[in-house]
Design a protein around this ligand. Structure first.
Ligand code: PGA
Length: 280
Protein backbone atom coordinates (compact mmCIF):
# COMPACT_ATOMS: atom_id res chain seq x y z
CA UNK A 1 0.00 0.00 0.00
CA UNK A 2 1.29 3.49 -0.70
CA UNK A 3 0.20 7.09 -0.31
CA UNK A 4 1.82 8.40 -3.43
CA UNK A 5 -1.39 8.83 -5.41
CA UNK A 6 -1.15 9.59 -9.13
CA UNK A 7 0.25 12.57 -10.97
CA UNK A 8 0.08 13.82 -14.54
CA UNK A 9 2.49 16.41 -15.87
CA UNK A 10 2.20 17.98 -19.32
CA UNK A 11 5.52 19.08 -20.79
CA UNK A 12 4.86 21.59 -23.54
CA UNK A 13 8.53 21.94 -24.51
CA UNK A 14 8.92 24.79 -27.07
CA UNK A 15 5.23 24.69 -27.98
CA UNK A 16 2.05 26.39 -26.98
CA UNK A 17 0.38 29.76 -27.14
CA UNK A 18 -2.12 31.87 -25.24
CA UNK A 19 -4.82 30.10 -27.21
CA UNK A 20 -3.59 26.66 -26.14
CA UNK A 21 -3.56 27.78 -22.49
CA UNK A 22 -7.20 28.80 -22.83
CA UNK A 23 -8.17 25.59 -24.63
CA UNK A 24 -6.44 23.30 -22.15
CA UNK A 25 -7.85 25.11 -19.14
CA UNK A 26 -11.35 24.99 -20.59
CA UNK A 27 -11.06 21.24 -21.17
CA UNK A 28 -9.43 20.56 -17.81
CA UNK A 29 -11.96 22.74 -16.05
CA UNK A 30 -14.70 20.55 -17.50
CA UNK A 31 -12.87 17.35 -16.63
CA UNK A 32 -12.19 18.50 -13.09
CA UNK A 33 -15.66 19.88 -12.50
CA UNK A 34 -17.62 16.98 -13.92
CA UNK A 35 -16.42 14.67 -11.22
CA UNK A 36 -14.83 15.06 -7.85
CA UNK A 37 -11.08 15.22 -8.24
CA UNK A 38 -9.50 12.53 -6.06
CA UNK A 39 -7.46 14.01 -3.19
CA UNK A 40 -4.42 12.03 -4.15
CA UNK A 41 -4.44 13.11 -7.80
CA UNK A 42 -2.25 15.96 -8.99
CA UNK A 43 -2.22 17.58 -12.39
CA UNK A 44 0.53 19.90 -13.62
CA UNK A 45 1.58 21.64 -16.82
CA UNK A 46 5.03 22.94 -17.64
CA UNK A 47 4.54 25.53 -20.39
CA UNK A 48 7.39 27.66 -21.72
CA UNK A 49 8.38 29.83 -18.74
CA UNK A 50 7.11 33.06 -20.33
CA UNK A 51 3.56 31.68 -19.91
CA UNK A 52 3.90 30.46 -16.33
CA UNK A 53 2.47 33.48 -14.51
CA UNK A 54 -0.46 33.85 -16.89
CA UNK A 55 -1.25 30.17 -16.68
CA UNK A 56 -1.28 30.31 -12.89
CA UNK A 57 -3.64 33.28 -13.01
CA UNK A 58 -5.92 31.64 -15.55
CA UNK A 59 -6.06 28.43 -13.50
CA UNK A 60 -6.87 30.35 -10.32
CA UNK A 61 -9.49 32.41 -12.11
CA UNK A 62 -11.21 29.34 -13.53
CA UNK A 63 -10.93 27.44 -10.24
CA UNK A 64 -8.96 24.63 -11.89
CA UNK A 65 -6.76 22.66 -9.51
CA UNK A 66 -3.64 22.80 -11.60
CA UNK A 67 0.02 22.99 -10.66
CA UNK A 68 2.21 24.96 -13.02
CA UNK A 69 5.89 24.18 -13.44
CA UNK A 70 9.00 25.18 -15.38
CA UNK A 71 11.00 23.04 -17.78
CA UNK A 72 14.46 24.06 -16.61
CA UNK A 73 16.43 26.39 -14.33
CA UNK A 74 19.96 27.74 -14.30
CA UNK A 75 22.74 26.22 -12.21
CA UNK A 76 23.43 29.83 -11.15
CA UNK A 77 21.52 31.80 -8.58
CA UNK A 78 22.04 35.29 -10.03
CA UNK A 79 24.37 37.43 -12.12
CA UNK A 80 25.42 37.89 -15.73
CA UNK A 81 23.84 34.82 -17.28
CA UNK A 82 21.69 36.16 -20.08
CA UNK A 83 18.63 34.08 -20.80
CA UNK A 84 18.70 32.10 -17.57
CA UNK A 85 16.11 31.63 -14.80
CA UNK A 86 16.94 30.95 -11.17
CA UNK A 87 15.26 28.53 -8.78
CA UNK A 88 14.28 31.52 -6.63
CA UNK A 89 12.53 33.17 -9.59
CA UNK A 90 10.70 29.97 -10.42
CA UNK A 91 9.51 29.78 -6.83
CA UNK A 92 8.52 33.43 -6.80
CA UNK A 93 6.52 32.99 -10.02
CA UNK A 94 4.44 30.35 -8.22
CA UNK A 95 5.77 27.13 -9.74
CA UNK A 96 5.24 23.99 -7.71
CA UNK A 97 7.69 21.87 -9.69
CA UNK A 98 10.42 22.03 -12.31
CA UNK A 99 11.85 19.47 -14.73
CA UNK A 100 15.55 18.69 -14.37
CA UNK A 101 17.77 16.89 -16.87
CA UNK A 102 15.19 16.13 -19.55
CA UNK A 103 16.93 14.09 -22.25
CA UNK A 104 16.51 16.95 -24.73
CA UNK A 105 18.42 19.20 -22.33
CA UNK A 106 21.07 16.52 -21.93
CA UNK A 107 21.56 15.86 -25.65
CA UNK A 108 20.84 19.27 -27.20
CA UNK A 109 22.22 21.52 -24.46
CA UNK A 110 24.99 19.34 -23.03
CA UNK A 111 23.52 19.06 -19.57
CA UNK A 112 25.22 16.47 -17.42
CA UNK A 113 24.57 14.67 -14.15
CA UNK A 114 26.62 17.27 -12.29
CA UNK A 115 24.41 20.15 -13.42
CA UNK A 116 21.35 18.05 -12.56
CA UNK A 117 22.74 17.67 -9.04
CA UNK A 118 23.10 21.44 -8.65
CA UNK A 119 19.60 22.08 -9.99
CA UNK A 120 18.01 19.44 -7.77
CA UNK A 121 19.64 21.00 -4.71
CA UNK A 122 18.68 24.56 -5.66
CA UNK A 123 15.06 23.59 -6.25
CA UNK A 124 14.73 21.57 -3.07
CA UNK A 125 16.19 24.47 -1.11
CA UNK A 126 13.46 26.71 -2.57
CA UNK A 127 10.70 24.20 -1.90
CA UNK A 128 10.05 23.63 -5.61
CA UNK A 129 9.74 19.93 -6.45
CA UNK A 130 12.44 18.76 -8.87
CA UNK A 131 11.24 16.26 -11.47
CA UNK A 132 14.51 14.51 -12.21
CA UNK A 133 14.38 12.92 -15.68
CA UNK A 134 16.46 9.82 -16.29
CA UNK A 135 16.50 7.19 -19.02
CA UNK A 136 18.64 5.00 -21.20
CA UNK A 137 19.20 5.16 -24.96
CA UNK A 138 18.23 2.28 -27.23
CA UNK A 139 21.86 1.30 -27.60
CA UNK A 140 22.30 1.21 -23.82
CA UNK A 141 19.16 -0.88 -23.48
CA UNK A 142 20.35 -3.40 -26.06
CA UNK A 143 23.77 -3.60 -24.44
CA UNK A 144 22.09 -4.55 -21.15
CA UNK A 145 23.11 -1.28 -19.52
CA UNK A 146 19.72 0.02 -18.40
CA UNK A 147 20.34 -0.54 -14.71
CA UNK A 148 23.88 0.83 -14.89
CA UNK A 149 22.80 4.03 -16.67
CA UNK A 150 19.86 4.72 -14.37
CA UNK A 151 21.97 4.02 -11.32
CA UNK A 152 24.66 6.46 -12.45
CA UNK A 153 22.13 9.17 -13.31
CA UNK A 154 20.38 8.83 -9.97
CA UNK A 155 23.52 8.54 -7.90
CA UNK A 156 25.22 11.55 -9.41
CA UNK A 157 22.18 13.80 -9.52
CA UNK A 158 21.09 12.97 -5.98
CA UNK A 159 24.46 12.87 -4.28
CA UNK A 160 24.30 14.88 -1.06
CA UNK A 161 20.54 15.45 -1.42
CA UNK A 162 18.47 14.81 1.66
CA UNK A 163 14.73 15.18 1.81
CA UNK A 164 13.78 16.75 5.09
CA UNK A 165 10.20 17.04 6.30
CA UNK A 166 7.93 18.57 3.68
CA UNK A 167 10.48 18.45 0.83
CA UNK A 168 9.64 16.36 -2.20
CA UNK A 169 11.31 14.87 -5.23
CA UNK A 170 9.83 13.20 -8.30
CA UNK A 171 11.66 10.96 -10.73
CA UNK A 172 10.59 10.68 -14.38
CA UNK A 173 11.74 7.55 -16.18
CA UNK A 174 11.88 8.52 -19.84
CA UNK A 175 13.57 5.97 -22.10
CA UNK A 176 15.25 8.21 -24.67
CA UNK A 177 14.12 6.05 -27.58
CA UNK A 178 10.46 6.30 -26.55
CA UNK A 179 10.29 10.10 -26.38
CA UNK A 180 8.46 11.52 -29.38
CA UNK A 181 8.71 8.19 -31.21
CA UNK A 182 5.03 7.27 -31.09
CA UNK A 183 5.98 4.06 -29.27
CA UNK A 184 5.76 3.99 -25.50
CA UNK A 185 7.33 1.04 -23.73
CA UNK A 186 5.04 -1.80 -22.67
CA UNK A 187 3.54 -1.44 -19.19
CA UNK A 188 5.51 -4.53 -18.11
CA UNK A 189 8.77 -2.79 -18.96
CA UNK A 190 7.72 0.44 -17.25
CA UNK A 191 6.73 -1.46 -14.10
CA UNK A 192 9.95 -3.46 -14.03
CA UNK A 193 12.18 -0.44 -14.48
CA UNK A 194 10.22 1.68 -12.02
CA UNK A 195 10.49 -0.94 -9.32
CA UNK A 196 14.23 -1.14 -10.01
CA UNK A 197 14.46 2.65 -9.73
CA UNK A 198 12.73 2.43 -6.36
CA UNK A 199 15.31 -0.11 -5.20
CA UNK A 200 18.11 2.17 -6.38
CA UNK A 201 16.50 5.08 -4.53
CA UNK A 202 16.28 2.96 -1.39
CA UNK A 203 20.03 2.33 -1.59
CA UNK A 204 20.70 6.03 -2.03
CA UNK A 205 18.17 7.63 0.29
CA UNK A 206 16.74 4.88 2.46
CA UNK A 207 13.68 2.71 2.06
CA UNK A 208 11.29 5.17 3.71
CA UNK A 209 12.08 7.99 1.32
CA UNK A 210 12.12 5.62 -1.66
CA UNK A 211 8.61 4.49 -0.87
CA UNK A 212 7.41 8.10 -0.87
CA UNK A 213 9.03 9.32 -4.10
CA UNK A 214 6.66 9.39 -7.06
CA UNK A 215 8.13 7.83 -10.19
CA UNK A 216 6.56 8.96 -13.47
CA UNK A 217 6.79 7.34 -16.86
CA UNK A 218 7.36 9.51 -19.94
CA UNK A 219 7.77 8.74 -23.64
CA UNK A 220 4.93 8.70 -26.19
CA UNK A 221 2.12 8.49 -23.67
CA UNK A 222 -1.21 8.82 -25.48
CA UNK A 223 -4.88 8.41 -24.61
CA UNK A 224 -4.59 4.86 -25.97
CA UNK A 225 -1.80 3.65 -23.70
CA UNK A 226 -2.07 5.92 -20.63
CA UNK A 227 -4.46 3.77 -18.64
CA UNK A 228 -2.42 0.58 -18.86
CA UNK A 229 0.76 2.44 -17.92
CA UNK A 230 -0.72 4.32 -14.97
CA UNK A 231 -2.33 1.15 -13.64
CA UNK A 232 1.10 -0.31 -12.86
CA UNK A 233 1.77 -0.18 -9.11
CA UNK A 234 5.11 1.61 -9.41
CA UNK A 235 4.02 4.00 -12.15
CA UNK A 236 2.90 6.90 -10.00
CA UNK A 237 2.39 9.32 -12.83
CA UNK A 238 2.90 10.24 -16.46
CA UNK A 239 5.07 12.92 -18.03
CA UNK A 240 3.37 13.75 -21.29
CA UNK A 241 4.78 15.76 -24.18
CA UNK A 242 2.91 15.63 -27.50
CA UNK A 243 -0.45 14.48 -26.12
CA UNK A 244 -0.50 17.37 -23.61
CA UNK A 245 -0.68 19.79 -26.56
CA UNK A 246 -4.06 18.43 -27.59
CA UNK A 247 -6.60 19.69 -25.07
CA UNK A 248 -9.12 16.90 -25.72
CA UNK A 249 -6.52 14.13 -25.61
CA UNK A 250 -5.05 15.51 -22.40
CA UNK A 251 -8.49 15.70 -20.84
CA UNK A 252 -9.23 12.10 -21.83
CA UNK A 253 -6.02 10.95 -20.17
CA UNK A 254 -6.94 12.84 -16.97
CA UNK A 255 -10.37 11.24 -16.96
CA UNK A 256 -8.82 7.81 -17.37
CA UNK A 257 -6.54 8.40 -14.40
CA UNK A 258 -9.51 9.59 -12.30
CA UNK A 259 -11.26 6.37 -13.13
CA UNK A 260 -8.54 4.53 -11.23
CA UNK A 261 -8.89 6.71 -8.14
CA UNK A 262 -10.64 4.13 -5.97
CA UNK A 263 -7.65 1.84 -6.31
CA UNK A 264 -4.83 4.39 -6.12
CA UNK A 265 -3.90 3.32 -2.63
CA UNK A 266 -4.19 -0.39 -3.01
CA UNK A 267 -1.53 -2.74 -4.26
CA UNK A 268 -2.34 -4.13 -7.68
CA UNK A 269 -1.94 -7.78 -8.30
CA UNK A 270 0.51 -8.00 -11.15
CA UNK A 271 2.59 -10.79 -12.50
CA UNK A 272 6.25 -10.65 -11.68
CA UNK A 273 8.44 -8.71 -14.05
CA UNK A 274 11.62 -9.24 -12.06
CA UNK A 275 13.48 -10.72 -14.97
CA UNK A 276 13.00 -7.74 -17.23
CA UNK A 277 16.05 -5.80 -16.07
CA UNK A 278 18.34 -8.75 -16.62
CA UNK A 279 16.88 -9.40 -20.03
CA UNK A 280 17.01 -5.78 -21.19
P1 PGA B 1 6.33 12.70 -25.68
O1 PGA B 1 7.38 13.55 -24.77
O2 PGA B 1 5.17 12.40 -24.80
O3 PGA B 1 6.00 13.63 -26.80
O4 PGA B 1 7.06 11.49 -26.11
C1 PGA B 1 7.61 13.20 -23.44
C2 PGA B 1 8.71 14.06 -22.88
O5 PGA B 1 9.66 14.35 -23.60
O6 PGA B 1 8.64 14.48 -21.70
Amino acid sequence: MNNRGKLIIGNWKLNGSKQLMQDVLTELGQALNNQKTPDNFKLAICPPSIYVSEMIQLAQHSGTHLWVGCQNISIHTQGSYTGELSATMVKEAGCELCLVGHSERRTLFNEDDQSCQTKVRLLIAEGVIPVLCIGETLQEKFSGKTREVLSRQLQQALEGTTLTEGKQLYIAYEPVYAIGSGHAVMPEQAQAVHSEIRLLLAELMGADIASQVSILYGGSVTRDNALNLIACPDVDGLLIGGASLNAQHFRTICNQVFSLAPVFNYPHKMKSYENYMDAS
